[in-house]
Design a protein around this ligand. Structure first.
Ligand code: FBP
Length: 553
């Protein structure tokens, strides 16, 4: 495959490391904090994670570390959705391992967790890795969403570890994948295996964060790609002055992506799912709000605009949330029957469901456009999640807004032209060349994962803090995975999972948005961030997101 000029230049980029990791490899020490607790459900989780519950947060410092020079065989998995920087985590891990001991080896499992269960490794050599450094994608070893949950899958994973003589497995993934990492760490110890399990916080959604974990990797690059595109659309809208653009943005549950893009581009409207839930807004109220802004702008002869819609919105609208919850439970409890039903006509499926849904959910389900109703019934992912990227919320809202505006026109309360276009930005951002921030952050996470393993730690998430500062001042270390857990109702029962970090309505990013949004709704205030800059002065090439700046100033 021919490489582009940018690709070649990026291969040569030297990611920046925090000072604690960039001096001599023999001089990296580990400092231990006090015991930790899970977010909630402490008693239940202490019982489920007998070996790994309550471990301390660790920080890398200058010091000595007897384990650094040992020969290690390590396996690595890319898990879940693609996020820019995944290859750099592997590069940091590889370079750390080889610096520690040139005889250490790194194996990548092909196709995600299924590669560990099915023992499909490929040795990652310097020559292989050099074709992927600082570039996007997960294509070096592939990814997958297999959930390791059955006793057979756990046993098969351990078998793979034994066959390859692995000292550790590094799982690069989001909340679900790291939920798996914690279970695997506990299982290996339970079985008397010395193999360690370390996680790395990945997801463009930005919802794998808590106190010490400031952001998951990939968010920075993805939001910059989307913001560039939104800015371009805003400029087009402001030039042609004839379209309303309804843009759905990825981020399965949390609205971090939409909120960050709003702070960067100042659209007319940005819906925030968490606020919709907190204010218990119905679909009708959301549509009314959209129409108020459209009518207000039309009164100023501005029949154009931009609306940002978080991908997971429908699940946060109370009546839709109840409907989806009921559908999830019905589908989980009647898996075989539902699979049979899928051969029937949609009308028959609806009749079958109607008998099982509660009254309000039944009427809501029947009122939805057929396409949307079908999308709500599409297969759940292996973790039991609705695949919101497949639900065309932007089209649902455009249709409902059109109807409401017609009604207002008939009532004489609206005069204007409404012509709307729907967009979905998601996959466009997941495999972009990582920004310098993500390239540096990921490399540091991978290098840190090596230090955690060499220090004999397991059940930890590699962690880099103070990310708003220049990289040399970043603080690297590890956070116990049990600290981020709670019990949640998933797929019909209570499960120990890592809690998703949703947008905090009391947090600085939402407040910064809320302060300005009324003005943006009526006045054209667009901001054009432009493309990611990979070279040039740090104030543009190393720029961080508004979310990070506001949350960690
Ligand atoms: P992860 O949480 O695994 O990182 O994936 C996030 C995501 O990109 C969501 O934003 C999106 O809803 C989903 O993946 C799409 O999944 P798929 O790639 O399976 O279509």
């Amino acid at each position: 495959m021919e490489t582009s000029v940018l690709q070649k230049l990026r291969y040569a980029y030297r990611p920046k490391l925090p000072a604690s990791l960039s001096h001599s490899i023999a001089g990296i020490g580990v400092e231990y904090g006090g015991p930790t607790e899970s977010l909630s459900d402490q008693e239940a989780l202490r019982g489920l994670f007998k070996h790994t519950y309550g471990m301390p947060i660790v920080t890398f410092t200058r010091g000595t570390n007897g384990g650094i020079g040992q020969k290690l065989n390590v396996g690595v998995i890319l898990s879940g959705g693609q996020a820019p920087g995944g290859h750099n985590v592997i590069a940091g891990l590889f370079d750390g391992l080889k610096k520690g001991n040139p005889e250490s080896a790194l194996y990548g499992f092909l196709g995600g967790p299924a590669g560990l269960v099915g023992n499909k490794p490929v040795e990652i050599t310097a020559a292989l890795l050099d074709g992927y450094r600082n570039t996007g994608g997960f294509d070096m070893i592939g990814s997958g969403r297999t959930k390791i949950e059955t006793p057979e899958q756990f046993a098969a994973s351990l078998e793979t570890v034994k066959k390859l003589g692995l000292s550790a497995v590094v799982i690069i993934g989001g909340d679900d994948s790291n939920t798996n990492a914690a279970l695997l760490a506990e299982y290996f110890l339970e079985q008397g295996s010395p193999a360690k399990v370390i996680g790395c916080p990945k997801t463009i959604d930005g919802d794998l964060k808590n106190g010490p974990v400031e952001i998951s990797f990939g968010f920075d690059t993805a939001v910059k790609v989307y913001s560039e595109l939104i800015g371009n659309i805003e400029r087009d809208a402001n030039s042609a002055k004839k379209y309303w653009h309804f843009i759905k943005l990825m981020g399965r549950s949390a609205s971090h992506i939409a909120l960050e893009c709003a702070l960067q581009t100042r659209p007319n409207i940005c819906l925030v799912s968490e606020e919709v839930e907190a204010r218990k807004l119905s679909l009708k109220q959301i549509v009314d709000g959209l129409c108020d802004s459209i009518a207000g702008r039309a009164a100023n002869k501005e029949n154009f605009g931009v609306v940002l819609i978080p991908e997971g919105l429908v699940e946060f609208i109370p009546e839709m949330k109840t409907l989806i919850g009921e559908l999830n439970d019905i589908m989980a409890a009647n898996e075989a029957e539902f699979a049979e039903m899928e051969r029937e006509s949609f009308r028959e499926i609806v009749a079958w469901l109607a008998r099982k849904l509660s009254g309000p959910s039944e009427s809501l389900f029947l009122s939805l456009p057929e396409e949307i109703a079908k999308q709500l019934l599409a297969d759940r992912d292996p973790h039991g999640n609705v695949q919101f990227s497949r639900i065309e919320t932007e089209k649902l809202l455009i249709g409902m807004v059109e109807n409401e505006l017609k009604a207002r026109e008939a009532a004489g309360t609206y005069r204007g032209k409404f012509s709307a276009l729907g967009h979905f930005f998601g996959y466009e951002g997941r495999c972009a060349f990582p920004s310098n921030f993500d390239a540096d952050y990921c490399y540091s996470l991978g290098f840190g994962a090596f230090v955690l393993i060499a220090s004999g730690l397991t059940g930890y998430l590699s962690c880099v803090r103070t990310l708003g500062a220049p990289a040399e001042r970043w603080i690297a270390g590890g956070v116990p995975l049990t600290m981020m857990r709670n019990m949640e109702h998933r797929h019909g029962s209570q499960k120990p999972v890592i809690r998703k970090a949703l947008v905090d309505l009391e947090g600085a990013p939402f407040k910064a948005f809320a302060k300005n949004r009324d003005a943006w709704a009526l006045t054209t205030s667009y901001r054009y961030p432009g493309a990611i800059q990979y070279f040039g002065p740090p104030e543009i090439a190393d720029i961080v997101t508004e979310t990070l700046k506001l949350e960690h100033r």
